[in-house]
Design a protein around this ligand. Structure first.
Ligand code: DAH
Length: 319
């Protein structure tokens, strides 16, 4: 469907082409011809300006992406590069990736539809194990799974990079991505959120290396020295499994002894390496994964995760 603005632009283009015909007009009529074109041009430009200000002044709270054709007409004029801006989560995601890049990691984005093998089997979840239910996964009618965590990419990362190990290089990849869980939504739970995964494999790496990398990451992200802690966790794809905590940054209201759980991590389970064709006798790895929304909420003191997905311009404009 052509919008009014597009129609006017078409008219203007046709009119501009008519100026070229002026040389075919007898000399004595050229003045009148030109004046007439100018009048029509001013008319069209006037209508365009009017339309533009109508659109800009309209109280448009959000674009309804489910609306039938035509309902959002005019709003499309607001969606040009000049008027739009990056979503705050994407801005932060870029910062996160940049920090990991500076530490030698490459980044690959996860996908938004995956399968049983990548979500569970390749990650050492036994068939019928209750841990499979712990992820509140959505499923499509075809049995596909919108990933409930970015760990679904571990198998792909390991397989695609295992040749590096033979050359004595390490696998060092982070995987930012969107994840989905069938959860009751409230101020701290969303059905759609973001995670960032890290995967590192080499001949000699240790859990200590992982803690060093994570501490460095959080200190860079929050721009201050931070105390860290771990506590035991359980994930079928790591052994041992840990939860990683940081001291709540002082600049963000943290007091001595306030710790926040930021992510899950551990040494990659030998079965996960084996399934991806890597010899667990020879190589070791560690991995971690955690929510990006929480990280960002802490940084800006936000208290409702639902704002990120609500498409509310008043919230987005605060950034
Ligand atoms: N995927 C886990 C979750 O969403 C977090 C996690 C734990 C990722 C341990 C890892 C890991 O890579 O090693 O709850």
């Amino acid at each position: 469907m052509i919008t009014e603005m597009e129609r006017l632009k078409g008219e203007l283009k046709a009119l501009n082409a008519e100026y070229g015909k002026i040389k075919d007009v007898p000399a004595e009529k050229r003045g009148e011809f030109g004046r007439e074109l100018n009048v029509r041009k001013q008319e069209i430009l006037g209508k365009m300006a009017e339309l533009e200000s109508e659109v800009l002044n309209a109280e448009v709270e959000s674009l309804d992406v489910t609306a039938p054709m035509g309902v959002n007409e005019g709003i499309s004029e607001l969606l040009t590069a000049d008027n739009g801006s990056k979503h705050p989560l994407m801005v932060e995601m870029d910062r996160i990736i940049e920090i990991y890049r500076s530490m030698g990691f490459e980044a690959v984005e996860s996908r938004q539809l995956d399968d049983e093998f990548h979500m569970f089997d390749s990650l050492n979840f036994e068939k019928g194990h209750p841990a499979r239910d712990g992820y509140d996964t959505f499923r499509t009618e075809e049995g596909l799974i919108p990933p409930a965590h970015t760990s679904t990419m571990q198998y792909r990362v390991l397989k695609a990079n295992r040749h590096k190990l033979e050359k004595g290089e390490a696998i060092a990849t982070v995987v930012p991505g969107r994840v989905f869980r069938n959860e009751d939504v409230d101020a701290t739970h969303e059905h759609t959120f973001y995670q960032c995964e890290g995967v590192y494999v080499s001949e000699t790496c240790t859990l200590g290396d992982m803690l060093g990398i994570l501490r460095e990451f959080f200190e860079k992200y929050y721009g201050q020295k931070l105390d860290i802690r771990t506590q035991p966790g359980y994930f079928p794809f790591t052994e041992p499994s840990l939860e990683f905590l940081i001291e709540k940054p002082k600049t963000l209201g943290g007091k001595k002894g306030d710790y926040l759980e930021m992510l899950g991590c551990g040494m990659i389970h030998p079965n996960v390496l084996k399934i991806a064709g890597i010899d667990p006798e020879k190589y070791h790895g560690f991995a971690w994964g955690g929510g990006v929304d929480r990280l960002v909420m802490l940084k800006y003191g936000l208290d409702d995760v639902r704002n990120f997905e609500a498409g509310r311009l008043s919230f987005l404009r605060e950034f």
